[in-house]
Design a protein around this ligand. Structure first.
Ligand code: R1P
Ligand code: HPA
Length: 291
């Protein structure tokens, strides 16, 4: 893990400038699609779309279920940019590469970041197919020094010591719960704590029990670094986990999780997540400060 790799402000700016030269869209909202949730981009009107491999400075997606495309477009009167495919630390990307798009979004004028992910449940009340609005996170890699803010601070983006209390916007969280009710899916809706682990292996039973005891409701291998970088540069954040599997916590349980199963559940519930996110975006207040 190359935690010392540095990306300069100019590098982020170059990518933002290239994107601005290729599309007229000036997004206010950015959406990161979790595993199997790429359809979140399908509702965007007047799309401009770019393969990650064509965008200067962008890393490449290597995980099945992450298409590797950046899609710009209009959603319910807001301009959005959608990542069909995110970067994970376990793919071998440094944390600054993993979170590279978030700072590019900031430079494009984005005000709000929506992060979605597929996650395994530890809380007994969370079942596969449920949606957990993220109330808070435990950034396990961050706690032991694998933090995207490691290294010299770039004051142009934010402060040396950003606060992470209240990082998931309260207003957006309650709006999402309300929308869930109106969509008639309130029985699927929960709020809880997401923990990021390094992956790529799924949890052992002892690890699952430990996470459960620590108060973690759902576990995945992403999201926290993106949120840390977003909060550092002043973005509002909303996050949700689509629960794709129960994490095995009992030695009597012969179930076992695999990525294909994760993708299958994501796809089954992706329309509901899409409706929820679309309605949330439509209700967002934005400044429309094109850059
Ligand atoms: O967090 P997202 O990208 O949704 O993906 C989740 O699904 C994969 C495991 O099936 C892991 O990458 C985990 O983090
Ligand atoms: O059970 C899980 N553990 C970690 N990451 C995951 N992503 C989807 N499900 C899981």
């Amino acid at each position: 893990m190359n935690s010392k790799e540095q990306i300069s402000h100019d590098d982020y700016q170059k990518t933002a400038d290239w994107l601005k030269s290729q599309t007229k869209h000036r997004p206010q909202v950015a959406i990161i699609c979790g595993s199997g949730l790429g359809v979140l981009a399908d509702n965007l009107k007047c799309q401009d779309s770019f393969a990650y491999s064509d965008i200067p400075g962008f890393p490449q997606s290597t995980v099945q279920g992450h298409a590797g495309r950046l899609v710009f477009g209009e959603l319910k009167g807001k301009t959005c940019v959608c990542m069909q495919g995110r970067f994970h630390m376990y793919e071998g990307h440094s944390l600054c590469k993993t979170t590279f798009p978030v700072r590019v979004f900031k430079l494009l004028g984005v005000e709000t970041l929506i992060v979605t992910n597929a996650a395994g449940s530890l809380a007994d009340g969370l079942r596969p197919g449920d949606i957990m609005i993220i109330k808070d996170h435990v950034n396990f890699p961050g706690l032991v020094g694998m933090n995207p803010l490691f290294g010299p601070n770039d004051d142009k983006f934010g402060p040396r010591f950003p606060a992470m209390s209240g990082c998931y916007d309260k207003g957006l969280r309650s709006s999402a719960m309300e929308i869930g009710k109106q969509l008639g899916v309130s029985e699927l809706m929960h709020e809880g704590v997401y923990a990021m682990v390094g992956g790529p292996n799924f949890e052992s039973i002892a690890e699952a029990r430990l996470l459960h005891r620590l108060g973690v409701d759902a576990v995945g291998m992403s999201t926290a670094p993106e949120v840390v970088i977003a909060i550092h540069c002043g973005l509002k954040v909303f996050g949700l986990s689509l629960i794709t599997n129960k994490v095995v916590k009992s030695y009597e349980d012969s179930d076992s999780v695999n990525h294909e199963g994760v993708l299958e559940v994501s796809r089954l519930r992706s329309q509901t997540v899409q409706q929820l996110v679309t309605e949330l975006v439509s209700r967002m207040e934005t400044n429309n400060n094109a850059v």
